[in-house]
Design a protein around this ligand. Structure first.
Ligand SMILES: Nc1nc2c(ncn2[C@@H]2O[C@H](COP(=O)(O)OP(=O)(O)OP(=O)(O)O)[C@@H](O)[C@H]2O)c(=O)[nH]1
Ligand SMILES: [Mg+2]
Length: 299
């Protein structure tokens, strides 16, 4: 028997589809996804299992310029995820944007010992004619082990990516799994619920607001058939609080409903969800509050 097991880190600019890719591979929603920049803030593990392998993927926040301490935390996460024991590093770029430029920003990132796969995502929204000349150029200059165009959204070539990764993972002559087969992420349902609420904030409000939002679960009571969840949604200004609540509470009602439905789907149970909007000015630059919100790499 030949068994493959190892670690794969996914990095790239914000919004290129890293989280969409990890969700597609794992077959579960381990990381939130949105059309807005800077969606992921934490590293999230997504675990892929089949009969002859276990692949542990690490999804990271996207590269972007650092303005707040929160951004520093996010960029620190990427460094942690590429400098550990990584068998394969995946660079994700957006197939709809100039490829070479995007690659050049990622080239040299990560440990020399890691194998590197350059993934060109979102090919469902571009054409071969547009990709081809750029691919030829990439082939010449890219210092990577493989280049693979795919669509995380449609699932196209994702199976090819898995086979490609397996080639570069250590081989065992016994079943070697770091995680039990039924575990697909390192995050608990409390964290995932908070993230789902943040995803819906990203969906419903303008960028300035979601970027300044943090979600804290204050109650997660599974003792009854209907799971009771309460969450505080922190924003930075009174004016943001007004927008989050909306006229006659319409906006928050909508947020609450779509968040509840998504959490119910994840938990496969009925949920009673209570949301509270709170203001914490400048929380994104305050180390103490960041750490209270879980955005800290120090113990
Ligand atoms: N058309 C198309 N859209 C995609 C594909 N993959 C991701 N997207 C979209 O791209 C947007 C960003 O996706 P995410 O998965 O959140 O991107 P990310 O790289 O994790 O972004 P950050 O967490 O901000 O770094 C979302 O609107 C996705 O639906 C794809 O293969 N095709
Ligand atoms: Mg993401």
């Amino acid at each position: 028997m030949e068994f493959k097991c190892g670690y794969v880190t996914i990095i790239g600019n914000t919004n290129v589809g890293k989280s969409t890719l990890i969700n597609r591979i794992v077959g579960e929603k381990v990381a939130i996804v949105s059309p807005k920049a800077q969606t992921s803030r934490d590293n999230t593990i997504g675990i892929y299992n089949d009969d002859n392998s276990q692949i542990i993927f690490i999804d990271t926040p996207g590269y972007h310029k650092t303005e707040h301490k929160l951004d520093e935390y996010m960029q620190e996460n990427i460094d942690n995820a590429i400098n550990g024991d990584v068998n394969v590093l995946i660079y994700v770029i957006d197939g709809k944007k100039p490829l070479v430029e995007q690659y050049e920003k990622l080239a040299n990132k990560g440990d020399k010992r890691s194998k590197k796969i350059l993934v060109i995502n979102k090919i469902d929204e571009t054409t071969f004619e547009r990709l081809y000349p750029q691919l030829a150029r990439l082939n010449e200059i890219a210092k990577v082990d493989e280049i693979l165009p795919l669509s995380a959204f449609k699932g196209k070539n994702v199976d090819v990516l898995i086979d490609m990764i397996k080639k570069y993972l250590p081989t065992y002559d016994y079943e070697m799994r770091y995680y039990p087969v039924d575990q697909f992420t390192d995050k608990n349902v409390r964290f995932l619920s908070a993230e789902i609420i943040r995803e819906k904030v990203l969906l419903l409000y303008n960028e300035e607001i979601p970027h300044g939002v943090a979600v804290q679960i204050t109650q997660f009571d599974e003792s009854e058939e209907v799971i009771k969840i309460s969450a505080d949604i922190y924003c930075e200004k009174d004016s943001h609080k007004m927008i989050l609540i909306g006229k006659q509470g319409e906006a928050i009602k909508k947020l609450s409903t779509i968040s509840r439905i998504a959490i119910e789907k994840m938990l496969d149970a009925r949920v009673y969800l209570d949301l509270f909007i709170k203001v914490k000015p400048n929380w994104r630059v305050d180390n103490l509050i960041l750490s209270e919100f879980g955005y800290s790499n120090k113990d």
